[in-house]
Design a protein around this ligand. Structure first.
Ligand SMILES: Cc1cc2nc3c(=O)[nH]c(=O)nc-3n(C[C@H](O)[C@H](O)[C@H](O)COP(=O)(O)OP(=O)(O)OC[C@H]3O[C@@H](n4cnc5c(N)ncnc54)[C@H](O)[C@@H]3O)c2cc1C
Length: 479
């Protein structure tokens, strides 16, 4: 049985949080060897309640109790902490907003570094922002929008940390045009696994830069990021179109992608509340106050059920924060904190429609939940250039995510869904699909080797150079 699986079972079966006996409360740990003592600003805590809070993530499926939780105030604090943890033989995981869904920000009997104090905005220039990695994307937007600027790619939910999404990729409605968030990073400050503070970019330590972006926290803890900015539109016209079946949805999605009709393009297959599915295209056109797009020309020659279309005019900020409404809905139904047995993948364009149809035919609306969805939309691969963001080898690929919000969180259902995710992943993999590494099922080192393919040996070599003791971000089981 893998350790993920043991942890998964103990979490879902409700095994009580086991607080190791011994030290409790806030203190400076005993230091072995000649390493610097973590300064008081590293704020190490052995408090049982804090350790229990850092033993689970947003997914609620995996439980791994850390020995200590630290809340450092600077990159220098993190560097000392990492060197100290290395001497103690403790594994270290950074925790941004803890919105991982399968224990990826946890560290069993190790140290969790809570990044929340490292969240300052440093500089904003017309083409870039420099921000601490613990800041949320909402904080970034709040800082840039008053100057009429925006990051090229925002995740749908802005309550995620800059470091947390750069560690995985960061996909959003503009990814077809602008790539992943990692494609828009200009420079990173990191603390490596041997406790060095390094700056990396395309021209300085480029090898580290390419293995930290979407590198699942393996080669360094990101402390600061410089991210490209674009001029923000004043307004957004958002089109929600509905289709009678997957074929007509896919055909129109391909058409609007090729014709670049929308600045943002997404889509989904949604439970219809009566045991069937609804097929939805979601597109958005950016514009300034005095230049609203003509809806008829935006929608010309599309085959949606036009009477069902919902068209809304929003400010850019309202649009960027639209997910908050969904969050509030889930909170009101007591479902925001429920377990998240999600599966996130990319399908090759040539088989996407057929594969999605076959997989959906095997799912019931209970597998997804009334508020869940199967995200399904095409993207041009060409904008995505981050080496460790793995995608199918085709010009057009499809995002295919099973965002399950099941009405129950009983252990047997969760175990079944996690097992189903693993089987679906294998099926998708055989068809040339690729995982987005925010998914709820165990992955072994061999699976990751397969996932990273030709990038694996270079990745492993950089890992050995910058984290020789293999102590960073153990939750992925990569090395
Ligand atoms: C409601 C919801 C909506 C989402 N929407 C999107 C979306 O639109 N697009 C998308 O791409 N993803 C989305 N995700 C997935 C999300 O991007 C990942 O789960 C992300 O890792 C979470 O960010 P976080 O700050 O909560 O990271 P955490 O869960 O805290 O950390 C994620 C991983 O990154 C590591 N990490 C955290 N900070 C750092 C750092 N500073 N340096 C190095 N490693 C670090 C952690 O150790 C962990 O392995 C969504 C998730 C949720 C729950």
């Amino acid at each position: 049985m893998t350790s993920d699986r043991r942890s998964f079972l103990s979490a879902t079966l409700g095994v009580a949080t086991a607080i190791a006996s011994g030290t409790t409360g806030r203190s400076t740990p005993a230091i072995i060897g000649s390493v610097d003592e973590p300064s008081p600003s590293a704020d190490i805590s052995y408090d049982p309640a804090e350790r229990a809070a850092a033993a689970v993530d947003f997914g609620g499926l995996i439980h791994k109790q850390p020995r200590a939780v630290a809340r450092p105030a600077s990159a220098a604090d993190i560097a000392v902490l990492v060197r100290w943890a290395k001497l103690q033989g403790l594994k270290v995981a950074a925790r941004g907003q803890g919105h991982s869904i399968f224990g990826r920000a946890l560290s069993d009997d190790g140290v969790v570094i809570d990044m929340s104090k490292i969240s300052a905005i440093h500089h904003i220039q017309p083409d870039r922002i420099t921000v601490d990695a613990g800041a949320t994307w909402k904080r970034v937007l709040d800082a840039t929008l008053p100057r009429g600027l925006m990051p090229p790619v925002l995740t749908n939910y802005l309550g995620l940390s800059v470091g947390g999404t750069i560690a995985v990729g960061g996909i959003g409605g503009t990814s077809s045009r602008e790539g992943m968030q990692t494609d828009n990073v200009l420079e990173l400050d990191v603390v490596t696994g041997d406790g060095r503070e390094l700056t990396c970019s395309a021209t300085s330590n480029p090898d580290l830069f390419d293995r930290v972006r979407a590198g699942l926290g393996q080669c360094g803890i990101i402390t600061r990021a410089t991210v490209r900015l674009l001029r923000a539109p004043q307004r957004v016209r958002r089109f929600q179109l509905f289709y009678r079946d997957l074929a007509s949805l896919t055909a129109d999605q391909r058409r609007v992608l090729t014709e670049l009709r929308f600045d943002q393009l997404q889509g989904a297959v949604l439970p219809d509340g009566a045991g069937g599915w609804r097929y939805q295209l979601e597109g958005a056109v950016y514009h300034d106050n005095d230049a609203a797009p003509d809806g008829n020309s935006v929608l010309a020659r599309l085959s949606d059920e036009r009477s069902a279309a919902a068209i809304a005019g929003l400010t850019y900020r309202e649009d960027a924060l639209a997910f908050e409404k969904f969050e509030n809905l889930l909170r009101s139904k007591d479902q925001w904190r429920s377990p998240k047995p999600w599966l996130l993948t990319f399908l090759p364009g040539n088989v996407a429609e057929q594969l999605a149809r076959d997989i959906i035919a095997g799912l019931t609306s209970e597998d997804v939940g009334l508020f869940g969805r199967i995200t399904f939309y095409p993207m041009s691969r060409s904008a995505c250039r981050t080496p460790l963001v793995r995608l199918p080898e085709e010009d057009v690929i499809f995002v295919f995510n099973i965002i399950r919000l099941p009405p129950t969180n009983d252990a047997a259902t969760m175990e079944r869904m996690v097992g189903q995710n693993r089987m679906l992943y294998q099926r998708i993999r055989r068809a040339g699909g690729v995982l987005y590494p925010v998914s709820a099922f165990p992955m072994a080192s061999e699976d990751w080797k397969d996932h990273f393919g030709s990038h694996w040996s270079g990745f492993r070599e950089t890992k050995q150079r910058h984290d020789p003791a293999n102590m960073l971000t153990p939750g992925y089981n990569l090395f």
